[in-house]
Design a binder for this molecule. Structure first.
Ligand SMILES: C[S@@+](CC[C@H](N)C(=O)[O-])C[C@H]1O[C@@H](n2cnc3c(N)ncnc32)[C@H](O)[C@@H]1O
Length: 360
């Protein structure tokens, strides 16, 4: 059984980045960070054995095909999600209300590209929302849902903020280390965050690279409206931001116009054909020497391999492409697109971060 230690102790980030503030960690917090880093264990399998078609997934598929039962399951799943988040001090209902009662709606006109053609996979019900990501409710709840992911990954963290800082901090460190190692001379001026959602990952990237111009791109104009609204409300930092409503598979942006392209927690929501297109498009958009980074669930995670198959099969009912995600050889897709220096590490107990370079 492999024990993946990341980041190496000497590279453990000793700073928190939260709300644009940099706060020096206490010795106790640093010790905890190292302890967390040391417990990222790989399982014995290449991927969880609940991935792919199983008798259980066929049974669940048939059951949720029966609409009244699906509606009941959806409702139950939603209530469990919200109450678990609130037990972990994520102010889910308050955060949602704040957005829904704000002026966020005014941002729609300036972010929406009315001529966009959505890919078919994006128009399915998703995450227990009938309109998938194309609704104000999904957009208003997205930040709370994102915060809950980190707490699930680091259940021992004493607060959600601490869990977030470990999960996001290790991902950011992986990018920085990769870029320093393989692209040392290429200054980080332009960063693209594909699937930026409501801009949480974009803001973390901005804090890590304070002189960069940030572009957040997403298929949901509702999410982008929230991202823009929150950006306007935040204290002005040194970064510039732009929000683009487009398909990451075919962005229409200029070739070789970014130094870093990041895709965070997007691919498990996409069919394999879309993932391959997103990787190819990222290669086209990066400058020679540019760094590509993907972070998402790790098929090799011991924690994920040990999840109850029943629980996971139910999860598959609200995330229809999980099987394709776990079955795809992501490193091969990245290599086939032309990237070099491909490295994958477990950056927390559940998630992998893959980094790669566009050759000079
Ligand atoms: C889980 S969210 C990403 C969260 C965010 N990157 C973070 O780390 O906080 C996944 C996002 O991917 C977006 N998405 C899915 N397919 C996409 C595509 N082909 N092009 C652009 N965005 C896409 C969805 O709209 C959604 O906002």
């Amino acid at each position: 059984m492999a024990l993946c230690v990341f980041p190496p102790t000497k590279y453990v980030n000793h700073y928190y980045h939260f709300n644009s503030k940099r706060t020096k960690l206490s010795k106790q917090q640093r010790v905890m960070n190292v302890r967390m880093a040391a417990s990222f264990e790989e399982g014995n399998l290449e991927r969880p054995n609940w991935a792919g078609e199983t008798n259980l997934s066929r049974l669940v598929g048939a059951l949720i095909g029966f609409k009244p039962l699906y509606s009941l399951l959806k409702l139950g799943a939603r209530q469990v999600l919200i109450s678990t988040a609130e037990k972990n001090n994520v102010r889910w209902r308050d955060m949602t209300k704040e957005i829904l009662e704000s002026d966020v709606y005014d941002e729609m006109g300036s972010v929406q590209n009315t001529s966009i053609v959505y890919p078919d996979y994006y128009l399915n019900p998703f995450h227990a929302y009938d309109e998938g990501n194309l609704s104000w409710l999904a957009a208003a709840e997205a930040e709370a849902a994102t915060m809950s992911i980190s707490k699930r990954a680091i259940p021992d963290a004493s607060t959600v903020d601490e869990a977030n800082e470990i999960v996001r901090g290790n991902w950011l460190n992986a990018i920085e280390l990769h870029h320093q190692q393989y692209s040392g001379n290429l200054k980080i001026r332009d960063i693209l965050d594909i699937g930026c959602s409501v801009g949480v990952s974009t803001r973390y990237l901005a804090d890590k690279f304070p002189s960069a111009n940030l572009t957040g791109l997403d298929l949901s104009p509702y999410f982008l409206a929230v991202a823009k609204y929150k950006e306007k409300k935040s204290p002005k930092g040194t970064n510039s931001f732009q929000w683009i409503h487009a398909n990451g598979e075919n962005t229409g942006l200029d070739s070789q116009s970014f130094d870093i392209v990041s895709i965070a927690y997007v691919l498990h929501e996409c069919p394999a054909r879309a993932t391959i297109n997103l990787v190819k498009e990222s290669f086209r958009l990066l400058r020679p020497g540019g760094t590509f980074v993907i972070t998402d669930n790790s098929p090799k995670s011991k924690k994920l391999q040990e999840l109850s198959p029943v629980l996971f099969t139910l999860m598959k009912s609200t995330e229809p492409f999980l099987d394709e995600y776990y079955l795809l050889d992501l490193e091969k897709a990245v290599k086939d697109a032309g990237f070099v220096n491909i490295q994958t590490v477990l950056t927390d107990p559940r998630h992998r971060t893959l980094t790669a370079t566009v050759p000079y």
